[in-house]
Design a protein around this ligand. Structure first.
Ligand code: ZN
Length: 413
């Protein structure tokens, strides 16, 4: 018999409609919502939670994280033993959950072992959707070999953790690299379609992979009923990726109106990651970043919020993402503050719930308080329609946190 629990006196955030539904009752059974109603309801219960009229939000979703990024030094990270990295990742995962993120989409790095460890409750963490290794061309954003290194693999690739890319050149190699990720249980395929900040040698405005290679990656993802997400900043890189069939553009800071219109026409999503630029702008010098990398950073940071405005104006769905590394993970909830400069609190909340779920093709399972969905919820102080300070200060603002029907923590009387 599954444990039944009822949450009474709840003001439920209906993420699809973007409104609060006061005086609601939630029935939770077997880790899922069994009923959500504003009508009087009588149930045989094992446990009653009185929300006291507080707002009840669906568990949050961060659609761009790297849970194995225990350090900003991605090369050093790849040389750590996987046992140590697993231990470090478990701390990152646990902290994310306690900030209210009950699901995360890992944008490369995490493997099926970490996913299973969370599923089996070996440690606390958000439900994990994984990409495995990012697919990168030679010299692309996830090719971290120092200049002059000629061997194909930088390290033994047996460990499977860290953010080192699966290097693939040509359609055949791209297909094989994607199939390897599928074989290792990927939920989505990450491809590097343009230059990046953290990589020293690829120009930010450049494009990566030929159109044939991009199409092959998407075709292989779709053959396995998966979708592809692409790292891209410039209008040219974004346009090529979307035309090849990529479902979401990660970062996308430099997009213009025409690019956003093209994304809208193809049904693509934008996943901005504003907090990582804010974090690196403050800490990059201390972390030993080169002048060239800091210059790239300054360029995209200014344009990040503008990209959110452009995407919204053109009707492109915008999803919550952060992309933080190392000790900077504690800035994850600050993404809400950065975004509400260009979107309302309701829209920011939707970007971290229903819109993220739609991107991940998990609508009805996560990001919504509806019958059949996982019983992931936050009972919070304050009115989220007015401001999201309860999420940016989660230790105090989240009064009860539930994941799949299990109370993770509670300060409710
Ligand atoms: Zn990333």
């Amino acid at each position: 018999m599954s444990v039944r629990c009822v949450v009474r006196n709840a003001s439920v955030f209906d993420s699809a409609a973007g409104v609060m539904r006061p005086n609601s009752t939630l029935v939770i059974e077997g880790g899922r919502f069994a009923a959500v109603t504003q009508e009087p309801i009588s149930v045989d219960v094992a446990q009653v939670i009185d929300a006291g009229g507080r707002a009840v939000l669906p568990g949050l979703i961060d659609a761009h994280v790297h849970v194995v990024a225990a350090s900003h030094d991605l090369v050093g990270l790849a040389m750590q033993p996987p046992s140590l990295l697993t231990a470090e990742s478990s701390q990152i995962l646990r902290a994310m959950l306690h900030r209210g993120f009950t699901t995360v989409r890992d944008a490369a790095g995490a493997d099926f072992g970490l996913q299973e460890a969370v599923e089996r409750s070996l440690f606390e963490g958000p439900r994990l959707f994984i990409a495995g290794a990012p697919i990168s061309q030679t010299g692309g954003h996830a090719d971290m070999r120092p200049k002059g290194v000629r061997s194909r693999e930088m390290f033994c690739s047996c460990a499977g953790l860290g953010l080192i890319g699966a290097i693939a050149d040509g359609v055949g190699e791209v297909r094989r690299a994607v199939r390897e990720q599928v074989r290792n249980g990927a939920n989505h395929i990450k491809i590097m379609a343009g230059g990046g900040i953290s990589s020293p040698t690829d120009p930010l405005e450049g494009t990566q992979f030929s159109m044939d290679e991009l199409r092959a990656a998407v075709e292989e993802a779709e053959a396995a009923n998966l979708y592809a997400l692409a790292h891209a900043y410039s209008p040219r890189a974004v346009t090529r990726a979307v035309q090849a069939g990529v479902r979401s553009i990660e970062h996308g800071n430099l997009i213009d109106e025409a690019t956003a219109r093209m994304m809208k026409a193809h049904g693509a999503y934008l996943v901005p990651t504003l907090s990582t630029y804010a974090a690196l702008a403050e800490e990059g010098t201390r972390l030993g970043w080169s002048a060239a990398m800091l210059e790239k950073l300054a360029h995209v940071q200014d344009r990040g919020i503008e990209a959110v405005r452009i995407a919204r104006a053109e009707g492109v769905p915008v999803v919550f993402g952060t992309d933080l590394l190392g000790h900077m993970h504690d800035r994850q909830s600050g993404e809400f503050d950065l975004r509400t400069v260009a979107m309302s609190p309701v829209e920011a909340l939707q970007s971290a719930t229903i819109t993220a779920a739609r991107l991940m093709r998990q609508e009805g399972r996560i990001g919504q308080i509806v019958p059949g969905a996982f019983a992931d919820l936050l009972i919070v102080d304050g009115d989220p329609l007015q401001g999201l300070q309860m999420l940016t200060r989660p230790a105090a603002g989240i009064r009860l946190l539930m994941q799949a029907g299990r109370i993770v923590r509670s300060t409710l009387a």
